[in-house]
Design a protein around this ligand. Structure first.
Ligand SMILES: Cc1cc2nc3c(=O)[nH]c(=O)nc-3n(C[C@H](O)[C@H](O)[C@H](O)COP(=O)(O)O)c2cc1C
Length: 172
């Protein structure tokens, strides 16, 4: 698969099989995260690899969805506001952009090795911050569920609903 094939294949998987994820694949995904670009190369992130039942329970408490209970592991992308780049002209903190790029790299690397992912932001952020005892400067930004899809065909059958190029492209 070339990169566009992987991009086309990636979709939100919200039902996982019980098969465990191999350590080699976890390391592959984490390396894709580590190599992500970031503003000023500040790398203001922490990646929490959540595999233990206690941590997964805390994630589900902050995002109570039945489908999420089927995921064997999660990566929580956290941002360290003391390390993120703030644009001098307006003070804009680029932490969300940095985390978003790392998130994309994680999801695409996972797709390449046949793992399903779902990006989750609709979680209870204060709850997970306190249940995981995260320090004040560390913000949980994105949770990604990861696992083998319950059926391999989910990659092909999940619809790709996207706007047409003419709706989103402005050529000047
Ligand atoms: C920033 C962001 C936050 C998202 N949060 C959630 C979420 O909390 N729960 C969920 O089920 N999906 C979530 N999604 C997944 C989107 O609904 C999904 O990517 C979108 O509908 C496109 O579908 P696709 O991923 O299958 O291509 C999120 C996606 C992004 C990019």
């Amino acid at each position: 698969m070339n990169l566009l094939d992987i991009i086309r294949k990636r979709c939100s998987i919200r039902n996982y099989s019980k098969s465990p994820v191999e350590e080699s694949k976890i390391n592959y995904i984490l390396e894709a995260a580590r190599l992500s670009p970031s503003a000023c190369n500040n790398q203001p992130w922490r990646f929490i690899l959540a595999q233990g039942s206690d941590t997964i329970r805390k994630i589900i408490e902050s995002y109570p969805r039945e489908w999420a209970k089927t995921a064997p592991l999660f990566i929580i992308i956290c941002g360290d506001h003391t390390q993120s780049w703030k644009r001098p002209s307006d003070g804009k903190d680029h932490i969300d952009i940095d985390a978003g790029i790392a998130c994309a790299q994680i999801c695409l690397a996972a797709t390449e090795v046949k793992l399903g992912t779902c990006i989750i932001c609709h979680f209870n952020a204060p709850l997970i911050k306190s249940s995981l005892n995260l320090p004040d400067n560390i913000e949980p930004l994105i949770i990604i569920s990861i696992g083998y899809p319950s059926e391999a065909t989910l990659f092909e059958t999940t619809p790709k609903k996207r706007k047409a190029m003419e709706e989103i492209l402005i050529r000047l």
